[in-house]
Design a protein around this ligand. Structure first.
Ligand code: ADP
Ligand code: TYD
Length: 207
């Protein structure tokens, strides 16, 4: 456990339902009188939200994977210092929509194998893992069509296509296998209410 609080992250491919589940969990915990902080990456602090626009908008080839890794890590460091750590120190349950596992997958594997650089930079500049990571898992094609139906201007990664999403799904499942003490894999291919009940059960048992 990190300090007095509990640090939870949601991970999964685009459109798998992470943001929906993070919001529902936040509400369910608040309804039980538990102090929470709902946040997201990239973003979650004023400086990191500025970096978010740089990395999520524009052409898929706007940045190399290496430059992107530096930008996501800079955003994460600011988010950690200014938002996550103060909330944990205040005893809150921090619910974070994506964290370092997303960098391991997207920057670490999407355009060649950069995983060693991702891990080295994480150790050097971040050095923190969530207490628990909820992996919302579902088929890549269905998740991508959900994500595309949203039509926002933050689609750089969705524009890499379904092949990349499939690769990300397999990679996330592998991460979960490698760190079973931290990960809980939740089947996201059900109605949001049913998924949310599973998520809440898992989190309440950790609390
Ligand atoms: P993510 O944050 O993983 O990209 P979202 O929570 O934003 O996913 O969900 C993507 C889209 O799919 C949204 O339009 C959302 O309303 C819808 N959605 C979320 N969960 C479900 C679900 N269990 N079943 C059907 N649609 C869902
Ligand atoms: P997000 O807003 O969670 O998108 P979605 O709701 O579609 O899942 O994240 C935006 C994109 O940023 C997503 O395609 C994954 C990517 N991303 C990285 O490439 N590296 C990272 O470290 C993070 C946190 C996100």
């Amino acid at each position: 456990m990190s300090g007095q609080g509990l640090f939870l992250s949601f991970e999964g491919i685009d459109g798998s339902g992470k943001s929906t589940q993070a919001r529902l969990l936040d509400q369910a915990l608040q309804d039980r009188g538990i102090a929470t902080l709902l946040t997201r990456e990239p973003g979650g602090s004023p400086g990191a939200e500025e970096i978010r626009a740089l990395v999520l908008q524009g052409d898929p080839d706007r940045w190399s994977a290496e430059t992107e890794l530096l930008l996501f890590t800079a955003a994460r460091r600011d988010h950690l210092e200014r938002t996550i750590q103060p909330a944990l120190a205040a005893g809150k349950v921090v619910i974070c929509d994506r964290f370092a596992d997303s960098t391991r997958m997207y920057q670490g594997t999407s355009r060649g194998d950069l995983r060693a650089k991702v891990d080295a930079l994480h150790d050097l500049m971040i050095g923190v893992e969530p207490d628990m990571t909820l992996l919302i898992d579902m088929p890549a094609d269905m998740a991508l069509s959900r994500a595309k139906a949203r039509a926002t201007d933050e689609e750089r990664f969705e524009d890499f296509g379904v092949g990349l999403q499939q690769q990300m799904r397999d990679g996330f499942l592998q991460l979960a296998q490698d760190a079973p003490e931290r990960f809980r894999v939740i089947d996201g291919n059900r109605t949001s209410d049913v998924v949310a009940r599973d998520v809440l059960d898992v989190v309440l048992s950790a609390l």
